[in-house]
Design a protein around this ligand. Structure first.
Ligand code: BDR
Ligand code: CA
Length: 321
């Protein structure tokens, strides 16, 4: 039986391929997609999300969410890695469909509260919509099977040495969600350096195996992202030239099948005030007896490494079979 899921995203390049995986997966039934400002501003995100859904060849309703973080702040978007429009300037046709009238936060709350079985939830962007939904109706926590978030970093961040973009872009919202009793899995940046990649050969196989619109879109995005990373002078991940590590794609894959990841539970605090560490996800990995530990609530399941073969098979099976 497939699982119902709702997805919140800030559609840049890795969100796009992640959405294509979720929608094409035989395991998930995507009930709706909400989006938030993040990688680029909301107008680009709308356009990108609709274009992605059209390339998936399925009908999924799309809902607009927050235009700015809980505490408005001046911080850069991620257009340096996703291009000004968020999809690397690739000329995908304009969408035919339009967004729903309902606000994203209302859709999230209403859908979770009305679900007959606890629902899956995936977030791939800043946690603004998620926090607003929880603030509006904290009882959603009781009807969520698992929230899988691409969020945070344990060993090393990307925006700051300590901080990952989705948390850094709205740390106050992340704090609301991490401190909540929602059952949750954090997919930080770390597993991207430990198995969470697709190789040049994998990309070629997807491109050769199918003429489907979603395979075409995904491979063009992968190739564009390799070009952008080269231009930015970034080193090939894990030393594998031509490989890609889209964080959001990995988060969706883990939501589909958590057994591809090595998962351990810890408590996590979100740093909202640090001068050099704002947006840091502070993971309590102290090994000695910590007297305060038993009072710390709401453990977070964290993915540290990935079975690369299983990950790659999961993605290719969903797109090609
Ligand atoms: C995260 O930030 C965004 O740029 C990506 O879409 C991903 O969700 C990685 O830090
Ligand atoms: Ca994202």
């Amino acid at each position: 039986m497939n699982r119902n899921v709702i997805i919140d995203c800030d559609t840049g390049m890795d969100d796009a391929v992640a959405l294509l995986l979720a929608i094409r997966s035989p395991i998930l039934n995507v009930k709706g997609i909400t989006y938030v400002a993040g990688n680029v501003n909301l107008d680009y995100v709308i356009n990108n999300t609709l274009r992605v859904v059209e390339h998936s060849d399925q009908k999924v309703p799309v809902y607009a969410g927050a235009r700015m973080p809980l505490v408005p702040q001046i911080s850069d978007d991620a257009s340096s890695v996703h291009g000004k429009d968020g999809l690397g300037g690739l000329p995908f046709p304009d969408p035919q469909a339009s967004v729903q009238k309902t606000h994203a936060v209302d859709f999230i709350v209403d859908t979770i509260m009305a679900a007959e079985q606890p629902l899956d939830w995936i977030t791939l962007g800043p946690l603004t919509n998620a926090a607003l939904a929880y603030i509006k109706e904290p009882h959603i926590a009781e009807n969520i099977r698992q929230l899988t978030m691409m969020a945070g970093a344990v060993e090393t961040g990307n925006v700051l040495p300590t901080s990952e973009f989705n948390v850094y872009a709205d740390p106050e919202a992340a704090k609301v969600v991490f401190d909540s009793s929602i059952p949750k899995t954090m997919v930080p940046l770390d597993p991207l350096y430990h198995g969470g990649l697709l190789t040049k050969d994998d990309i070629q196989i997807i491109s050769d195996a199918s003429q489907a619109a979603w395979c075409d879109m995904a491979t063009r995005i992968f190739k564009r992202s390799i070009e952008i990373n080269k231009k930015l002078g970034r080193r090939a991940v894990q030393g594998k030239d031509g490989s890609v590590t889209p964080p959001d794609l990995l988060a969706v894959a883990i939501a589909i099948d958590p057994s591809i990841a090595n998962l351990t539970e810890y408590t996590v605090q979100v740093e909202t005030r640090g001068l050099e560490t704002r947006g840091m996800t502070v993971v309590d990995r102290r090994v000695y007896d910590n007297p305060g530990r038993e009072t710390l609530k709401n453990p977070v399941r964290i993915a540290f490494s990935i079975d690369q073969r299983k990950y790659r098979d999961l993605v290719l099976d969903a797109w090609i079979k």
